[in-house]
Design a protein around this ligand. Structure first.
Ligand SMILES: [Zn+2]
Length: 196
């Protein structure tokens, strides 16, 4: 049986965030394990997502794209819901989960009323990243476990010369990708676009 659409949620409210722009806060105590809201938006191909945001400012870290799998990206910036305002946290009280090729935000611990929700975007690194990518995606989540960046892995992996030359041939998108925690295979996310 299909999971019902979870466009809105009784658990949350939108407020201004100290971390970044708007944030999502617990409207009441949320028990651990609660499926809080679905990440909704227009479902498009990776190709379409790349084309749509090809002109975005590379210094803009505001992102609404979420990768479902190799075929599909959800653009929360179009026909999206409040889920797009949930901020990144390196040690969040939530995590993203994929089910039925849809994305959901689940509580991973009991969340007291008024606390801001957050989950790890794990934005993927890319060979076309600008040198200051870690500055652009700097994290200010304030967690004691903050790794200082929304990117994953935390450090840029050392690149071999050969691999670099080969890679340079393949044209790749500039849109950034975020990954969900790997509970199930092929879960990853990608976000780009303005968040206010
Ligand atoms: Zn952080």
């Amino acid at each position: 049986m299909a999971i019902p659409l979870m466009r809105t949620s009784p658990w949350i409210q939108v407020r201004n965030s100290k971390i970044h722009g708007k944030g999502i806060f617990a409207a009441k105590r949320i028990p651990k394990g609660t499926r809080i809201i679905e990440y909704i938006g227009e479902r498009i191909s990776h190709q379409e997502a790349d084309a749509r945001y090809a002109d975005h400012d590379p210094n803009d870290n505001h992102t609404f794209l979420f990768i479902v799998d190799r075929k599909t990206v959800i653009d929360g910036g179009r026909k999206g819901n409040a889920a797009r305002y949930i901020n990144h946290s390196c040690d969040g009280n939530c995590e993203s989960a994929i089910a039925e090729r849809r994305v959901f935000i689940d509580a991973v611990r009991d969340i007291p009323k008024g606390e801001e929700l957050g989950y790890d975007y794990e934005i993927g690194r890319d060979k076309n990243d600008p040198p200051n990518v870690d500055e652009i995606y700097a994290c200010r989540c304030g967690s004691p476990k903050c790794r200082g960046t929304m990117l994953w892995p935390a450090k840029r992996p050392a690149q071999k010369k050969k691999a670099k030359a080969k890679k340079a041939k393949a044209k790749k998108s500039q849109t950034k990708t975020k990954k969900a925690k790997q509970k199930v295979a092929a879960k990853s996310t990608k976000r780009v676009a303005r968040r206010r």
